[in-house]
Design a protein around this ligand. Structure first.
Ligand code: DON
Length: 576
């Protein structure tokens, strides 16, 4: 059976808010391979005081408005998050979940896990057919949803680290939903490519009036969503998890055979966690611990890279071989050992230790790739998540990644409350040992159980420089490719000495152990390096854009912001 619905746009509109453009910093010029789609040396957006980089201009503007009104980065991030639910419905959400890493100017840091939880009625084999093969019910339709965490996550983040009332930070999102916003060509294209999928579960009257996607230039109003947002603004998270929104959500689920009950909503809770703090060549990374695999897998990969000695010149055979080899090893651990820490014992200290990395790094043959045991899994492109990075004028920083999993989640649109539901249940190992939608072959540790959080790859990350000062805020969308893309942006600036512009425009590569394939963006390697890697045993597959990142970096006099250049949108505006 086809396990994946129609492919959705991964590369969607993007913007970074900035005070003015600049030529950036005196970092090293980069030489990208001939034929690579982007040139190096371009201009990033620049802000003297603050910077927001997200996938959608109006959502970044919402954060801008809050910072200009005296809010901090957490206030702004919450404003961006709610606004994305209005203007970027492919991934911004109320019906999904996410992860946020916060670093305050006074040195405090925190991580919030607002990942979805499996409903109470979920069970291990719920997505297997009578032959034991996974069906696509973990991806499409009512049974695919975990209990949403986004509203709880954003409201708790605000309560703990924000400085403004919820009603104020939600005001831009409510306005955008109630008064509408002008649809751009990126939203139009996204809706056009998803029409067949979305027509199945209730979204058609809102997004396809008269049977056609809302056209660019049209003012798009979402009164039902505006009302839901208003209820949340007035009542806090209980405006979502109880009362009329919860009633509508549960009624919608019941109509379609979904599992989520009122008790599931009432029992949803966020987990405050300590970020994984690691050292890479003197820089400090603050990343997301389980239930995301992002922080451990990035830390383990970078620790191995450090242990393996000099990484080689960026773009060289040694560089690509080492990256592929460390990712492969880290993903083998990820897929077998990581799951929700409330259910399984995750050896975080061991996996993130330098000693363990040294041991694994010794298994890398400098001249040959090491095979991962074969199976039939495939790496699949597409789908959508969204990451945003925020730095305020006080030196606070927030990295947030949030998702519905697939573009527009399960496809189920709850018209009376105006939002899509996630299909996050597919991030569990529905059939341990068999690939999921992203081709990830995961183990029992990530099997389905009621109340459990499904393992994620989302990797919101904050990097401090060698003096301990805030340096880089980054993360990405793209399933498992989030991990490799986020870490490569970091490596590009630390090891490659690149400007943020170049770090975000450089070709990317990806290895997730299984399938045993080195995925490389088309023309992202010089022919000589490609041929050497093949001779060393790497199975290379060239592909289109890998992942979708948004990043902010400190430069002399302020902050640079770069939104994903592989995206079809563009943007940049003043924040003064
Ligand atoms: O949590 C995860 O790892 C996935 N649900 C993320 C999905 C994703 O990034 C889709 N992307 N564009």
């Amino acid at each position: 059976m086809m396990r994946k619905p129609a492919a959705f746009l991964l590369l969607l509109p993007v913007m970074a808010i900035a005070c003015r453009a600049t030529t950036g910093t005196a970092r090293r010029p980069s030489a990208f391979p001939a034929g690579w789609r982007f040139s190096s040396g371009g201009k990033a957006a620049f802000g003297e005081r603050f910077m927001i980089a997200s996938n959608e201009k109006l959502a970044s503007d919402a954060g801008n408005e809050i910072i200009r009104a005296g809010g901090n980065a957490v206030d702004a991030a919450v404003a961006v998050g709610f606004a994305l639910a209005v203007t970027y419905p492919v991934a911004g959400n109320l019906g999904g979940g996410g992860f946020m890493v916060i670093r305050m100017a006074d040195g405090r840091s925190a991580a919030i896990d607002y990942r979805e939880m499996a409903p109470g009625a979920a069970y291990r084999d719920m997505y297997l057919d009578k032959n034991g093969n996974p069906t696509n019910e973990s991806i499409v339709g009512y049974r695919a949803s975990g209990v949403p965490g986004s509203v709880a996550g954003m409201t708790e983040a605000l309560a703990k680290f924000g400085s403004k009332p919820l009603s104020e930070v939600m005001a831009p999102a409510i306005r955008l939903a109630r008064d509408g916003f002008v649809v751009d060509s990126a939203l139009f294209r996204s809706l056009s490519s998803s029409q067949e999928y979305l027509a199945r579960f209730g979204a058609e009257p809102v997004f396809y009036p008269g049977g056609e996607p809302i056209r660019p230039g049209t003012v798009f109003r979402q009164p039902a969503l505006a009302r839901t947002l208003q209820l949340i603004a007035e009542r806090g998270a209980s405006g979502f998890y109880s009362g009329e929104v919860a009633d509508s959500l549960v009624a919608g689920m019941q109509r379609g055979g979904g599992l989520i009950t009122k008790a599931d909503l009432a029992n949803y809770k966020v987990e405050w966690r300590h970020p994984i703090a690691s050292d890479y060549r003197g820089y400090t990374l603050l990343t997301m611990p389980p239930a995301s695999s992002g922080g451990i897998t990035i830390t383990e990969s970078l620790n191995m890279l450090e242990a393996a000695g000099p990484p080689g010149v960026w773009g060289s055979t040694r560089w690509a071989h080492l990256l592929a080899s460390v990712y492969q090893r880290a993903f083998i651990d990820r897929n077998a050992k990581l799951g929700d820490p409330a259910f399984v014992n995750v050896p975080i200290a061991e996996l993130t230790s330098k000693e363990y990395a040294r041991k694994l790094a010794r298994t890398i043959d400098p001249l040959r790739s090491t095979p991962t045991p074969p199976n039939g899994s495939q790496i699949v492109d597409g789908e959508s998540t969204t990451h945003y990075s925020v730095v305020d004028d006080k030196g606070n920083a927030v990295a947030t990644t949030t998702t519905l999993n697939n573009g527009y989640g399960s496809g189920v649109y709850l018209a009376s409350v105006g939002f899509f539901m996630n299909d996050e249940m597919d991030d569990f190992a529905a059939a341990p040992g068999k690939p999921n939608m992203f081709g990830l072959v995961q183990g029992e540790v990530n099997a389905i159980a009621p109340g459990k959080r499904m393992l994620s790859a989302m990797s919101p990350t904050i990097v401090l420089d060698r003096q301990g000062k805030l340096f880089l805020v980054v993360g990405a969308a793209g399933g498992p490719r989030i991990i490799t893309t986020t870490s490569q942006v970091i490596l590009n600036v630390i090891d490659g000495g690149m400007s943020l512009y170049d770090a975000m425009h450089a070709p990317r590569l990806h290895h997730q152990a299984l399938p045993d394939t080195l995925l490389v963006e088309a023309n992202g390697l010089s022919p000589a390096v490609r041929d050497s890697l093949i001779a060393m045993g790497h199975a290379i597959r060239f592909t289109g854009g890998l992942a979708n990142a948004n990043a902010v970096m400190r430069v002399p006099g302020g902050w640079e912001g770069v939104s994903e250049p592989r995206s079809s949108g563009t943007g940049g505006t003043s924040s003064r």
